[in-house]
Design a protein around this ligand. Sequence first.
Ligand code: FAD
Length: 396
Amino acid sequence: MKEQTVLICGGGIGGLAAALVLARQGYRVEVFEQSDAFREIGAGIQIGPNAFRMFEHLGLTRAIDHVAYYPGNLCMRDVRTGEVVTRVPVSATAQGTYGYPYGVIYRVDLHSVLLEACAAQPSVGLYTHAKLERFAQDGDGVTVTLADGRKFQGAALIGADGLWSAVRQEIVADGAPRVSGHVAYRAVLPASEVPKHLFSPDVVLWGGEKTHLVHYPLRRGELFNLVAVFHSSLYEEGWNVFGDPHELHERFADAVGPVRELLGKIETWKMWVLCDREPVKNWSQGRVTLLGDAAHPMLQYLAQGACMAIEDAVVLGAALERAHGDFAGAFLEYQRVRCLRTARVQLTSRFYGDIYHASGVTRELRNQLFQSGTESAGFAGLKWLYEGVDPNSVFA
Ligand SMILES: Cc1cc2nc3c(=O)[nH]c(=O)nc-3n(C[C@H](O)[C@H](O)[C@H](O)COP(=O)(O)OP(=O)(O)OC[C@H]3O[C@@H](n4cnc5c(N)ncnc54)[C@H](O)[C@@H]3O)c2cc1C
């Protein structure tokens, strides 16, 4: 049974995590990546305790620990006054409450850890310049056709091809993603280039009207990650286009001095147009299923898209382990146990965006509620998220 081949479209964090899980279960896995290399963009990513739980399951704890950075606090400040709205002692709280840390990691490093683990598995085939154009399935398997005409056959196909997933369009057929009207400008600096008075060892979020800035150290503190988010009517599809610094500075014109100074340190910003989709629960069809952003793309306000993709991979593996070769049945079970959890993260992420970008009375109320609560109250409200999933009992 296990000598069967599973085809995976997309070599991002989700696709590689799935490849690793399935190869370790004894499947032959072929991963198709449309780009000329398996790589991630240079930016930071926050990793909740729920994903660290998955790293343990994948045997990657040490490799991740080697490149992660563990902030002491998650701190929210008001961008116009500089006042501290809330400070969560995340280092102690995450480990103490959930048994796993809260970390930040350079996306390149996370992707490399997964890629190296996959490359160490003789049963994983990694193909670049391999853009899936279409697929067809019947009762016996799936045939994938790449843009250059090559064809591959397997017992099943996993679409881990991200926000603009081609596989999703065959299954869910819900067209283009929802453009949120928010854009993110990102940049990474050597930590040594950040003046001492602007450096913070914490994850700091400066919330303002329709804007926020997040910064934190990366790679054991060698790098400094900045992401500025604001509402904009600009739209360009893709994850790697240049932003307009004039628009950025205009949006942060009323920010306190240190924020403006920090933004001024960066000459070139890369831009993301932020999109998501409405939650659905029909992302599996026969021997084909979706995973990660292809299944449930979300805004970044809860910092969980990649964490959910990694959880998906582990749960999908557990579903296949139980199904004894019944791919269609396993994919329906996987979808059943994942769809409400991921939908909750998609919808809560939108809500958190509203909180971060609040103005007027809403902003005052936010500040008052956060400031009157205990330090870890906000974090405790996310117990459902951070305690994560147990792949051994999730189907019980
Ligand atoms: C500003 C911002 C900040 C974020 N911060 C966080 C955070 O702090 N924490 C967190 O957990 N998440 C965060 N996320 C979300 C996270 O980046 C995504 O959820 C995650 O990258 C999804 O991984 P994926 O593998 O599903 O998709 P992707 O990373 O999009 O990978 C898809 C891969 O498929 C390939 N592909 C696409 N189409 C084809 C095709 N037809 N054939 C072959 N290959 C194809 C692509 O080239 C790509 O390599 C953030 C996102 C943004 C925009």
